[in-house]
Design a protein around this ligand. Structure first.
Ligand code: G3H
Length: 264
C-alpha cells in the first residue's frame, strides 16, 4: 500500500458502463484494460449491462472483477425482468452496484428498498458498491449531510453482521455531478467522505470506519482524478462516462506507481 495514503485501504476503481455499449465496444474496452499492470495496487471492477456480463467475465484478465448494475431482494420467483444475487453469483459475478441515483430517481427506489437489496446481496456474499449522494437542491439547502447520512443509515441498519462491511464499498456520488461534467472539488468530496467515515466510526465501529473504502463518483475523468485521488479519504472512484473511453486507464493509473504504469 502507498505509505503516503497513511492507511491500509486498497484503492478501488469501478467502471459503470450504464446502458451503453455493444459486444464490439466491450471487446475494445476489455482489450485495453487487459494491458494494465495492476500488481495489487488497485482493485478494478467493471460493470457492463447485464446482457454482456458473460462476455466480460470470459474475456477480462485475472484481477479485474465484474459488477452487476442491479439485483433484486429475493432469491427467485415471479419478478419479471429482475435478477437475483444468487443468479449473479452462479455466473461468476462478484459485485453489484446498488442504490445508484439513477435507480433512486428514475425507478423510484426508496432508501428501505435499496437497503433490503443490499441486505440480500450481502447474505449471498455478493459484494456491494452502495451509492449515496445528494441532489443539487439538497446541497444548496445545506442538506448534504442529512441526505447522505439518511441513505447510509438505511443501509447500515440492514447490515447486522459487522464482518459483512468487509464486502461493502460506499460510493459517494453527488447527483449534480453525475454525467454533468460538473465535478465536486477535491475539498467538497473529501469533506463528505470524512462525514461518512465519522458516522461509521460513531454508529458501526472504528474498525469499519477505518477499513471501508469510500469512493467518489460524478464526472471523474483523467484530468480531475489525480487531485481527487490525493485526498486522504477518497479511496477510489466510480466512473461512468469516462469508463467507456481510454481515459479510464489513466484514472486507474492514479493509484499505480509511475514505474508500473502502462502510459509512462
Ligand atoms: O456510476 C457512475 C456515476 O454515475 C458517475 O457517472 P459519470 O462519471 O458519467 O458522471
Amino acid at each position: 500500500m502507498d505509505p503516503e495514503r497513511k492507511h491500509n485501504r486498497k484503492p478501488f476503481v469501478g467502471g459503470n458502463f450504464k446502458m451503453n455499449g455493444s459486444r464490439a465496444m466491450l471487446k475494445e474496452i476489455i482489450d485495453r484494460l487487459n494491458t494494465l499492470e495492476l500488481k495489487n495496487h488497485v482493485e478494478v471492477v467493471i460493470s457492463p449491462p447485464t446482457l454482456y456480463i458473460d462476455q466480460a467475465h470470459k474475456s477480462v484478465r485475472e484481477g479485474i472483477s465484474i459488477a452487476a448494475q442491479n439485483a433484486f431482494n429475493c432469491t427467485k420467483g415471479a419478478y419479471t425482468g429482475e435478477i437475483s444475487p444468487e443468479q449473479l453469483k452462479d455466473v461468476g459475478v462478484d459485485w453489484v452496484i446498488l442504490g445508484h441515483s439513477e435507480r433512486r430517481e428514475i425507478f423510484k427506489e426508496a432508501d428501505d428498498f435499496v437497503a433490503s437489496k443490499v441486505a440480500h446481496a450481502l447474505k449471498c456474499d455478493l459484494k456491494v458498491i452502495a451509492c449515496i449522494g445528494e441532489k443539487l437542491e439538497e446541497r444548496e439547502a445545506n442538506k448534504t449531510e442529512e441526505v447522505v447520512i439518511r441513505q447510509l443509515q438505511a443501509i447500515a441498519k440492514n447490515i447486522d453482521d459487522e464482518k459483512k462491511w468487509e464486502i461493502v464499498v460506499i460510493a459517494y456520488e453527488p447527483v449534480w455531478a453525475i454525467g454533468t461534467g460538473k465535478v465536486a472539488t477535491p475539498e467538497q468530496a473529501q469533506e463528505v467522505h470524512v462525514i461518512i467515515r465519522k458516522w461509521l466510526a460513531e454508529n458501526v465501529s472504528e474498525k469499519v470506519a477505518q477499513e471501508t473504502r469510500i469512493i467518489y463518483g460524478g464526472s471523474v475523468n483523467d484530468a480531475n482524478s489525480p487531485e481527487l485521488a490525493k485526498q486522504l479519504d477518497i479511496d477510489g472512484f466510480l466512473v461512468g462516462g469516462a469508463s467507456l473511453t481510454e481515459k479510464f486507464i489513466k484514472i486507474i493509473e492514479c493509484f499505480i506507481p509511475p514505474e508500473d504504469r502502462k502510459s509512462k
